[in-house]
Every structure is written in structure tokens, then in C-alpha cells.
Ligand binder design. Structure first.
Ligand code: GGG
Length: 367
């Protein structure tokens, strides 16, 4: 179906390929029953790109991704790549994409679906109705800031180091997204850092306080140390609405939040950059928070729901298709009452694999 919605599809490695294949069935359904088409191109990334081209991301795939309206990403990694030089590791392909596309705002919604209240790591009353948004800064901090490396010292020992640096403009731009998101939700923003022990945290808090005074009208801003935030997430998660934090803390805290929803297989994400003045849409990549899960890859067991919900974020944020996004999210919710993959199983529910879960979602969309 001809379309001006240009999407670059990068399945990656392991279960990334399986959940992306499942996502194609949702895309086919939308074309058939909703006349919603996409102009799809597919590329290699991560270990798959390394195997074919000796690099985890070719310049051509990067250029294709940058010229698309959105990128739909699966997952990368695998133990067979553990001994590769640092710059050749599959994850470097993903990080280069994020950096080159300047996708600095990573939205990670952690929502507990009614059918999954019993699958959460926490007691039902602590998580029932939970809906929080973790906003992770994605292009700075210890994953990118210089200097970084491994040096050999005079005595022959080595020194490995990463710099957790943040500049005022980097904090301002992610802070603005945080205030915006909070305003569109319940008006509460928690800024998370470690200003008690880190200079980057001191500046982070200082900038957030100033920004709140200048642009934060209607938003209640609070501050929390990252270690306390981890504890509060597993103690009383409903106190949070939007959490804004740096690259490293965001990575850790969102995995923690995933277990409140039942499984890492339930967490989608949208990585957004600035809005293009020509198209009016942001540079964007959508990917499940989970990795390539080598332990279950190739067995047809992977939970495809984080991939589907990442796609639904694409429908909503990149293409303004809120109705279809709502339909898909409702179908995910309904399907969970019928069948589950192993990672979110609870007694009395029928266990299925990737194909069965996908079929259950499509059945729910049909109804
Ligand atoms: N779909 C996410 C994925 O493949 N993650 C692999 C990974 O290790 N990513 C590092 C990160 O998210 O910062």
C-alpha cells in the first residue's frame, strides 16, 4: 500500500527478530482493515550487521534511518559478540543511532494492565492502576561524555573510566520535555539525580529548579536521589507520575519499573529528538526496552507486547494515529486476559508463545 509514512525497520538480533516478525502481522492487519499503510525499508543492526558487514551499524543504514520518518527497532546483542572490540559490539550500533539522530528524550511508560496485577513483583494493592512515565536522557552522561576509555598505567595496571558529564543545555532540553509530559499527565514531575555525591547531579538539580521557576507553571516539581528512587519504586510506586533522570539512572530505574508491570517484556519506549520544521514530526525511534534475550531466542517463546506497544507509540507520536494506537493498546490489554507468554504467566492462565500471543492480540483487534 502506497504511503508517505516512511519507516525504517531494524529487527536486530535474537528475539528482536521474532518480535519484529510478529509486529509485521499487526502492520498487515492495519493495512487490510484500516487502510493504514507504511513505506517500509528493512536493515541490519547490531550483531546481524556485524556478521554481514563487520560493523554493528553501516553508514548506509544510518543514513536510511535518518531519512525515514521513524525507526522501528527490535533488540541487539548476544553472547557470541562478547569478545569483540568495544566499538564493534552490537550495542554500539544502537548507541550510535541514538547519538547521530540526537534522540535525547527516551520515554519509557510503565503501566500495569488490569489482567497483570497478579504478575507484578509487588502486592496487587501497590501496583493496581499504576501508570508512570520514566523519561531517560539518552544522548549524554556516562554512556557518551568524554573522556572515556581504558588506559594502561605506568605500573602495567589498567584504568577504565566513563565520564558522567552533563551541560546546562543538555539538562534544559530534557527538563523541558519532563515539564511538558507532566503538564499533559497529572502535573507531577520527580527529578532524579545524586546531587549529594556527584557534581553532574548538583548542576542537574540547579537547572531543574531554575527551569521550574521559568517554565514550570502548573507542574509540581520534587527532587529525589537515584538510590532512594530505586527503593521508592519498589516500596510505593504510585507516588510517581513522571520521573526525569539521566542516561545511566534511567536505564537502571526503568528495568526496575518493568518488574512492577510483570516483566521486562511489557515495557515499550519512544526515543525522540527535536521536531523537524518541514515535516512537523520529531526524529524518532521506537523499541522495546528489553534486549535480545539469547536464552530464549529462536524458541518462539518471546513476549511481543513491548514491541507492539512501541509500535503503538510510533502510531501516536510520529503519525498522529491515536485511534489505531488506542485500538492496539486495548487489544493488548484484552489479549492478556486470554493468553500469556511465560514471562507473565500466573496460575489459571493459558500459556502461549510469540505466535499465540500475536494471534490473541489480532483476535482482540478484530472484535
Ligand atoms: N531494545 C533494546 C536493546 O536492544 N537493548 C540492548 C542494550 O543493551 N541497550 C543499552 C541501552 O539501552 O542503553
Amino acid at each position: 500500500m502506497a504511503s508517505n509514512r516512511k519507516v525504517m525497520v531494524l529487527p536486530g538480533d535474537g528475539i528482536g527478530r521474532e518480535v519484529m516478525q510478529a509486529n509485521m502481522k499487526i502492520i498487515d492487519w492495519l493495512a487490510k482493515y484500516r487502510s493504514l499503510g507504511f513505506d517500509l525499508s528493512e536493515g541490519l543492526v547490531g550483531g546481524a550487521a556485524y556478521d554481514a558487514h563487520g560493523t554493528p551499524l553501516t553508514d548506509e543504514t544510518l543514513a536510511d534511518s535518518m531519512s525515514a520518518d521513524a525507526v522501528l527497532f527490535g533488540a541487539v546483542g548476544g553472547p557470541q559478540y562478547d569478545d569483540l572490540a568495544f566499538e564493534l559490539k552490537p550495542e554500539r550500533g544502537l548507541l550510535r543511532l541514538r547519538k547521530e539522530m540526537d534522540l535525547y528524550a527516551n520515554l519509557r511508560p510503565a503501566i500495569v494492565f488490569p489482567a497483570l496485577v497478579d504478575a507484578s513483583s509487588l502486592k496487587p494493592d501497590l501496583v493496581s492502576g499504576l501508570d508512570i512515565m520514566i523519561l531517560r536522557e539518552l544522548c549524554g552522561g556516562s554512556y557518551f561524555a568524554e573522556p572515556r576509555g581504558i588506559d594502561v598505567r605506568e605500573d602495567g595496571s589498567k584504568l577504565g573510566y566513563d565520564t558522567n558529564a552533563y551541560s546546562t543545555p543538555e539538562i534544559e532540553r530534557i527538563g523541558r520535555v519532563g515539564f511538558d509530559l507532566a503538564r499533559k499527565r497529572n502535573g507531577r514531575l520527580t527529578s532524579v539525580e545524586k546531587s549529594n555525591v556527584m557534581h553532574s547531579g548538583v548542576l542537574w538539580r540547579e537547572v531543574m529548579i531554575r527551569l521550574h521557576g521559568e517554565e514550570g507553571e502548573g507542574v509540581e516539581l520534587s527532587h529525589m536521589y537515584a538510590d532512594n528512587c530505586a527503593m521508592q519504586l519498589v516500596r510505593a510506586p504510585k507516588q510517581f507520575d513522571v520521573i526525569v533522570t539521566d542516561n545511566l539512572f534511567g536505564d537502571l530505574l526503568s528495568d526496575c519499573a518493568a518488574m512492577l508491570t510483570g516483566s521486562l517484556g511489557m515495557l515499550p519506549s519512544a526515543s525522540l529528538g527535536d521536531i523537524d520544521p518541514d515535516t512537523g514530526i520529531p526524529a524518532a525511534m521506537y523499541e522495546p526496552v528489553h534486549g535480545s534475550a539469547p536464552d530464549i531466542a529462536g524458541k518462539g517463546l518471546a513476549n511481543p507486547l513491548a514491541q507492539f506497544m512501541s509500535f503503538s507509540m510510533m502510531l501516536r507520536y510520529s503519525f498522529g494515529q491515536a485511534e489505531e494506537a488506542d485500538l492496539l493498546e486495548q487489544a493488548v490489554s484484552d489479549a492478556l486476559a486470554v493468553k500469556r507468554t511465560g514471562d507473565i504467566m500466573t496460575p489459571g492462565c493459558e500459556q502461549t508463545g510469540t505466535d499465540g500471543m500475536t494471534a490473541a492480540v489480532i483476535d482482540a483487534m478484530d472484535r
